[in-house]
Design a protein around this ligand. Structure first.
Ligand code: HEC
Length: 158
């Protein structure tokens, strides 16, 4: 009796010192984030969001400029400035593979795509699904609103 009493007593003290992990409240806190996690689509299994139509979204160009930050390692919007990827100056409405001094893959060059907002919307969700064999190594932007914002920004860069 005395022994177990002493044990419980010292556990209680330990719990006062290290409050997290000694009661169920800690478990509840740990469980909470899983509820919000459901709203975030799993990155790998997310389909190219074909269920959302660009026409149903309103793009915000200044928000899109922020999104474009993920493109800037490989792309510039300045005319004639090619990096790993071709200049995206005037990309909206441009024919695929049309930057003369950029060395495109045949996949991109011969895709026959004209980069309308709708085509960009699909492409930017999953570039390699839209153009199999492209050397644009980029997983895509799954959030349709971010894509709409990005396209609104690109439209201003012409
Ligand atoms: C890791 C480098 C990289 C990143 C990051 C990247 N791209 Fe690209 N992109 C490329 C390359 C390389 C090509 C040329 C593809 C080919 O020839 O197969 C390309 C091609 C393109 C094309 C087709 C251009 C044309 O003239 O036909 C568009 C549009 C495009 N990228 C948009 C974007 C946007 C918007 C982003 C950001 C969301 C982005 N890319 C991020 C490397 C990248």
């Amino acid at each position: 009796m005395k022994k177990s009493h002493g044990f419980v007593g010292s556990m209680a003290i330990a719990c006062l010192l290290v409050s997290a992990g000694c009661n169920s409240r800690a478990d509840e806190e740990a469980a909470a984030p899983t509820e919000t996690a459901e709203t975030t689509a799993p990155a790998e299994t997310a389909a190219p969001a074909a269920d959302v139509d660009l026409a149903s979204l309103t793009g915000d160009a200044s928000a899109g400029e922020q999104v474009f930050a993920v493109c800037t390692t490989c792309h510039s919007v300045e005319e004639g400035v090619n990096k790993t990827g071709p200049s995206l100056h005037g990309i909206v409405g441009r024919e695929a593979g049309s930057v003369a001094d950029f060395n495109y893959t045949d996949a991109n060059k011969n895709s026959g795509i004209t980069w309308t907002p709708e085509e960009l919307f699909v492409y930017l969700a999953d570039p390699q699904a839209k153009i199999p064999g492209t050397k644009m190594i980029f997983p895509g932007i799954k959030d349709p609103q971010q894509r709409a914002d990005l396209i609104a920004y690109l439209e201003t860069q012409s």
